[in-house]
Design a protein. Structure first.
Length: 402
């Protein structure tokens, strides 16, 4: 029998799901195709998400994991020959090139060092020489390395040149500050399974009036149906969805959004920041090196694992010995980086100290020499950065003997 439900899972998404979210997902449902009460429920859920990410733009929930949103944005905006600026300082950032190309666009890469966030001055110099782009793609937090890009500067700069912005915020939304309207984000994309901590399978998308106008002004029809964001425009007016909505998943997402609202979005963002800062400092003091030089996100920490141990060997050991699922990175970094995904419900002290203990013991048993406890170091830095714990937990800082 294959075991799938008794493991300790601590990856950069999907994240742990709170019990009340699972219960909401299991409630009796109606027929979302014909029941107008569900249309109202769906719209209110979208509006709550809009409040959290700071937008009055239309917000939709799509049936499909976050990659659906990335492809749909490119499919709906791109026409043959359109020049699209792909801002590339990470694996997912560069990945937009494929979506642009498959829909007939010409992807122009603005590539920078993967160990750093995007340099705004360099980007502006680039745009001064070439700004003839229909839209630009940017990743808020590039999950394979955890690099965070400053949307508050990047998106207004692009809009200054009348370039639409498509932002992948799947790994950052609600774990990092996001002010869609203030930062002039045209299409913001999120996923249910990351910091929102709902089950995987839903995409969140907000669409500005400028983006809607670009959809309508296309000279050719969008290729395909499911990835056409334009089909959602009149759903509420017509009380009709383009396809049968996954009502149970949306009920779970609604409960997860309510959890965030009850905590307070600023509190949630600060919780992520405190835990991320303590985690990074603990790993450095422990004797490991961070992958990034700057641009640290609050949702993912990427740590270099010595070649003598190997990141893939480390996660295999944690799986075999401690029944714990950890994650390395992608591509060329798959055996050199361990990723700690402290996002959503995973960004809780009680869970993180257990994972750090597992990583510590696995490293030591695989031959890593250290004279400090990773958990003790985390506790030290967490106490330093958080004099008062405002997480509303029923526990204080947990100590583990390593």
């Amino acid at each position: 029998m294959i075991r799938v439900n008794n493991k300790i899972v601590y990856t950069p998404g999907p994240t742990n799901v709170r019990e009340n979210v699972r219960l909401a997902r299991g409630m009796k449902t109606t027929n979302p195709d014909v029941d107008n009460d569900f249309v109202e429920f769906y719209k209110k859920t979208c509006e709550k998400i809009g409040d959290i990410i700071g937008t009055q733009n239309d917000v939709y929930i799509l049936s499909g994991e976050g990659i659906l949103g990335l492809e749909a944005a490119c499919a709906t905006l791109t026409e043959s020959g359109d020049r699209v600026l792909v801002i590339d300082n990470g694996i997912f950032g560069r990945g937009f090139e494929d979506f642009v190309s498959m829909y007939g666009g010409e992807a122009i890469l603005f590539s920078e060092d993967y160990t750093k966030d995007i340099d705004i001055e360099s980007l502006e110099t680039f745009l001064e020489n070439d700004s003839d782009f229909k839209y630009a793609t940017i990743v808020h937090c590039d999950t394979p390395t955890g690099v965070l890009n400053d949307l508050s500067k990047i998106c207004p700069l692009l809009k200054k040149y009348n370039i639409l912005t498509v932002v992948d915020s799947v790994a950052a939304m609600v774990g990092e500050k996001l002010e869609v309207d203030k930062w002039q984000v045209d299409i913001a994309l999120g996923g249910s399974q990351k910091a929102i901590s709902a089950p995987a399978g839903l995409t969140i998308v907000s669409i500005s009036e400028d983006a809607q106008l670009a959809f309508k002004n296309r000279k050719t029809k969008v290729t395909g149906f499911y990835c056409n964001l334009g089909i959602w425009e009149n759903y509420y007016q017509d009380k009709w969805f383009p396809y049968t909505m996954p009502i149970s998943d949306i009920m779970g997402l609604n409960r997860a959004i309510d959890n965030i609202i009850e905590e307070g979005i600023e509190n949630a963002i600060n919780r992520h920041k405190r835990i991320a800062t303590a985690t990074r400092n603990a790993f450095v003091d422990y004797g490991l090196e961070l992958f990034l030089e700057n641009g640290y996100s609050s949702t993912v920490t990427a740590v270099k694992i010595p070649e003598s141990i190997g990141a893939l060997n480390l996660i295999k050991y944690a799986y075999d010995v401690y029944n714990t699922v950890l994650s390395t990175s992608l591509g060329e970094y798959s055996n050199s980086i361990l990723r700690v995904g402290h996002m959503g419900e995973n960004a809780r002290v009680k869970d993180l100290v257990g994972i750090l203990n597992t990583i510590d013991m696995s490293m030591v048993n695989l031959g890593f020499n250290r004279d400090k406890s990773l958990v003790d170091l985390f506790n030290k830095y967490y106490s330093l950065y958080c004099k008062e714990d405002v997480e509303n937990e029923h526990y204080n800082r947990i100590q583990f003997q390593v």
